[in-house]
Design a protein around this ligand. Structure first.
Ligand SMILES: Cc1cc2nc3c(=O)[nH]c(=O)nc-3n(C[C@H](O)[C@H](O)[C@H](O)COP(=O)(O)OP(=O)(O)OC[C@H]3O[C@@H](n4cnc5c(N)ncnc54)[C@H](O)[C@@H]3O)c2cc1C
Length: 594
């Protein structure tokens, strides 16, 4: 093992290696996502244990050997724009070919559309590995998967024939074009236009900003999904339609669209974030996906997929940053141990560093479990299970926002483990934090997710979904109470559940909209923590049957740490939620900055 004594003494000051946590992922897939239950459904019969094992092993190699070595290169070289052409950092186009050749793009796509018919949650586990290794690169795959899902659900057979098949093989990539300068969180404010040509196609005109992987040189074609308005469309979201707008038209000619700018960003530098101009010469051709005015419905298919996957980015960065920090902490020698001999020790031996690493581990494992549970609920919904659909609806804003907040928090904690070496770029710890920071912003900011949770999801179907989840948490509390070794966990989870229940009842009964909105973000965190503690407790209960006693013991310890050290925050957050908005508007806005 390397010993890190002082900055500069070891040129490999901290190797940025990544090892896919396949054993952990497999356990969560079985115990939390109920993969055996999913595989028992005809739609997911391909997900046999040996197939899933092989998929995770092979994807883990692709992540570690192909994606991870490009992570730093992408961060420093950036995607570049010249004359409308975006060039990816060295090695990216070649790596993309390997991804296509491996058939990875169609993993979670039904066989009827040319995919491998595995559940979404298995594709999510693979995407976690790729994202841990190289988030900026894996974003390309994420957007394409969302485009596949939207076209599979809403496009005509003819459009599917033309565009879906090449997206499923990965030969072409997909994008999602919502945002315009005046239309960010408020998508209904978008102004891009679509005029019927008369032959079934439409002329598209408008400017979209921040379009991820909007232009690049790794694929032969790019399939843009664009939201625009028909001439007589009503204002707001009801007047929005979705169009498929390819970079190259079916006859091979170039469509009238181009990338006119690339953003300079805090992180994910290898991901081209494009300003896209459609129809500069009034010749940009697109085709309607779904019904006229049904754009938001179709786009929501894509966004819900993407929201789970953005939550996953938080998990993935947290995992990679924790692995990286642990490797450093095990080698770096600094200071004698408090109360011990005067001999300096490796920093992993200091209690405070240990606390940091345990916090990273516990938050990462809890958020992984929540995102996988969410993805499995999406699978159940796709298979026609109404309860699964309700659960997916409830969990999506929590998984997106809580897990991405954790990505940032863990990346920051992991950076702290490096001391000064974390703040300088050379170790790569700073890149994790810079990359992670976008995830709470895009795909609906975390503030918007919190509003979705308190404004829509808590009241959906008369509150049936949160009541059902809370009943399941209560069942776990009873199970813990009856367990000889795990009963100490029960009161912590019970208290957190009680506080969350009280805050939920308060929020759903509050009269003033400002009071509900003011509590949204701390309430979402309460939910994340309580559900995270619940899912870790369930893993501790199930770990008894695991073949490796050390793995089982670590699961119990992690659940206890989360319960004893993190769950008590829930009660404190609840107090804030129930204070309403009074103090938020007490100081006039021009006095908010002293
Ligand atoms: C790197 C990057 C990649 C992106 N990729 C894509 C992409 O591929 N496709 C695409 O279409 N877009 C993309 N986006 C756009 C992204 O989704 C938006 O930036 C995001 O939705 C927020 O919109 P905005 O930036 O206009 O912020 P605003 O909507 O102006 O929000 C500013 C602040 O106000 C808050 N706020 C706004 N409305 C409310 C409300 N009703 N209640 C409470 N708070 C509110 C927000 O939470 C936020 O904190 C990307 C952005 C970035 C930076």
């Amino acid at each position: 093992m390397a010993v890190y004594t002082r900055k500069g003494t070891n040129p490999k000051a901290c190797p940025m290696t990544y090892a896919a946590p396949t054993r952990e992922q497999r356990f969560v897939l079985d115990v939390i996502a109920d993969l055996p239950g999913l595989a028992a459904r005809p739609a997911y019969a391909n997900a046999t244990p040996d197939v899933v094992d092989a998929v995770l092993d092979e994807a883990g190699k692709l992540a570690a050997n192909v994606f991870a070595p490009l992570n730093r290169i992408g961060d420093t070289a950036h995607a570049r724009l010249a004359d409308g052409v975006v060039t990816l950092p060295p090695g990216f186009a070649e790596a993309y070919k390997l991804y296509v050749e491996g058939g990875w793009a169609g993993l979670g796509v039904p066989e009827a559309h040319g995919g491998q018919g595995l559940p979404f949650v298995v594709a999510v586990a693979v995407q976690e590995q790729l994202t841990s290794a190289n988030m900026a690169f894996a974003l390309c795959m994420m957007l394409s998967q969302g485009a596949i899902e939207a076209l599979a659900a809403h496009a005509s057979p003819d459009l599917q024939e033309r565009y879906l098949s090449k997206l499923v093989t990965g030969e072409w990539t997909g994008t999602m074009n919502l945002t315009e300068p005046q239309a960010g969180s408020d998508v209904g404010a978008l102004k891009s236009r679509a005029e019927p040509v008369g032959d079934g196609s439409y002329r598209i005109k408008g400017t979209k900003i921040y379009i991820t992987w909007g232009e690049h040189d790794a694929a032969d074609n790019i399939v843009h999904l664009v939201l625009a308005r028909l001439p007589d469309a009503p204002p707001g979201t009801k007047g929005i339609s979705l169009f498929v707008v390819p970079k190259f038209l079916p006859d091979g000619s170039r469509n009238d669209l181009k990338c006119v700018g690339l953003e300079h960003k805090l992180g994910i530098n290898a991901s081209p974030t494009c300003t896209m101009s459609f129809g500069d010469h009034d010749q940009c051709i697109g085709w309607l996906v779904g019904a006229e005015g049904g754009g938001m419905r179709a786009m929501f298919t894509m966004m819900n997929n993407a929201r789970v996957q953005v939550g996953l980015q938080g998990v993935a960065i947290a995992e990679a940053a924790t692995q990286h920090a642990l490797a450093y902490a095990r080698g770096r020698v600094q200071s004698a141990k408090f109360g011990g001999s005067r001999e300096p020790v490796r920093i992993v031996e200091h209690a405070d560093v240990r606390r940091t690493l345990m916090t990273c581990r516990a938050l990462t494992e809890a958020s992984r479990a929540l995102v996988y549970l969410n993805a499995a609920a999406v699978d159940r919904a796709h298979a026609g299970d109404a309860e699964g659909a309700g659960l997916a609806d409830l969990l999506t804003p929590i998984a997106k926002a809580w897990a991405t907040d954790i990505g940032v928090e863990v990346a920051s904690l992991a950076l702290q483990v490096f001391g000064g070496m974390g703040y300088v770029e050379e170790t790569g710890a700073a890149q994790f934090l810079r990359d992670a920071r976008i995830a709470p912003i895009y795909e609906g900011t975390n503030g918007i997710q919190a509003m979705d949770l308190v404004g829509r999801k808590l009241t959906q179907d008369g509150g049936a979904h949160w009541r059902e989840v809370f009943a399941q948490v209560r069942d776990t509390v009873r199970e813990l109470e009856a367990h000889p070794e795990l009963k100490t966990l029960a009161p912590w989870l019970d208290d957190a559940l009680a506080a969350t229940n009280t805050a939920t009842v308060w929020l759903t009964g509050a009269n003033h909209p400002d009071d509900i909105a003011a509590g949204a973000t701390p309430y979402l965190r309460m939910m994340g923590l309580t559900l995270g503690g619940w899912l870790l407790a369930r893993q501790a209960l199930a770990a008894g049957g695991h073949a490796d006693p050390a793995f089982a013991a670590a699961k119990v310890t992690t659940a206890r740490f989360f319960a004893e050290q993190l769950l008590p925050q829930v009660t404190a957050l609840g107090a804030g939620v129930m204070r309403g908005a009074a103090l938020l508007y007490a100081i006039p806005e021009d006095g908010l900055a002293a």
